[in-house]
Design a protein around this ligand. Structure first.
Ligand code: NAD
Length: 254
């Protein structure tokens, strides 16, 4: 039997990259999976592929910054699959800019997509799950939510916010007896579209520099991040809440 048999998972930003990998890994462990994203064509394709493989999967278009859409998405998933046990707040964007160069517009957009969305998602998830016997919420932060990077001022701030919001929600849910666990994952560098697009504007030696500063001397894979999400979604992590799972090949251990 799969480690997530009978669970229903909602993953934002699930059309590609880490979200797609988490959707595939959770489906392989027996979860029914709802993927949401702005990218309708890609998300529909991933959900159809999972359904063809015999899994329960669906795609819903969602802008995670849209407050009203959150309640509708949770209701649609619950109607279709009969509940919601796992929520992964994964959708995010990366804006490159040092503090002396970054625009206020980029700052605000980054906080909206990376941090406001996690507030809205956690609130909708907790409100739903506390009345349904509990659940697991997983917020995708970054190693950039723990240590500073000279050219990622807005991104650092947004991911640091996700890290502490996770702990606040975790303590609230535990003390109130909601049965909802809330944890964060902090990936290191994984070559998804987000990273390759960021590197496209960066000096060519950037990828080599990332590998050089990684003790394991390689990028991570989406599947290695997804494995952490499966663990936090499952009962194997039943005593974990408010914790931060770093999956980064050792970058911030040094
Ligand atoms: P990605 O760009 O491949 O995937 C992000 C997805 O989020 C895309 O499908 C995109 O359409 C979606 N998205 C963006 N804005 C949205 C919005 N407003 N509403 C709904 N969906 C939206 O990037 P990824 O690398 O898979 O990133 C996933 C998460 O992991 C992000 O939160 C990112 O910050 C985080 N992360 C990535 C890395 C890495 O190295 N790839 C490292 C640390 C953290």
């Amino acid at each position: 039997m799969g480690r997530l048999q009978g669970k229903i998972a909602l993953i934002t930003g699930g059309a590609r990259g880490l979200g797609e990998a988490m959707g595939r890994a959770m489906a392989a462990e027996g979860a029914a999976v709802a993927l949401t994203d702005l990218l309708e064509e890609e998300g529909t394709r991933v959900a159809a592929d999972l359904t063809e493989q015999g899994h329960k999967a669906m795609f819903l278009q969602q802008d995670v910054t849209d407050e009203a859409r959150w309640d509708a998405v949770v209701a649609e998933v619950s109607d279709r699959f009969g509940g919601l046990n796992v929520l992964v707040n994964n959708a995010g964007i990366a804006a490159v800019g040092a503090i002396d160069e970054a625009s206020f517009a980029d700052w605000r957009r980054t906080q909206a997509v990376n941090l406001d969305s996690v507030f809205l998602g956690c609130r909708a998830g907790v409100r739903y799950m506390k009345d349904q016997g509990g659940g697991s919420i997983i917020n995708i932060s970054s190693i950039e939510g723990i240590v500073g990077n000279a050219v990622l001022a807005a991104y650092n701030a947004s991911k640091g916010g996700v890290r502490l919001l996770t702990k606040s929600a975790a303590v609230r849910c535990a003390e109130a007896g909601f049965g909802v666990r809330v944890n964060s994952i902090h990936p290191g560098f994984v070559m998804t579209a987000m990273v390759s697009e960021g590197f496209a504007d960066a000096p060519p030696e950037m990828a080599d520099q990332v590998i050089a500063m990684t003790p394991m001397k390689r990028f991570g894979t989406p599947e290695e991040i997804a494995a952490g999400a499966v663990f936090l979604a499952s009962e194997e992590s039943a005593f974990m809440t408010g914790s931060e799972l770093v999956i980064d090949g050792g970058v911030i251990a040094q």
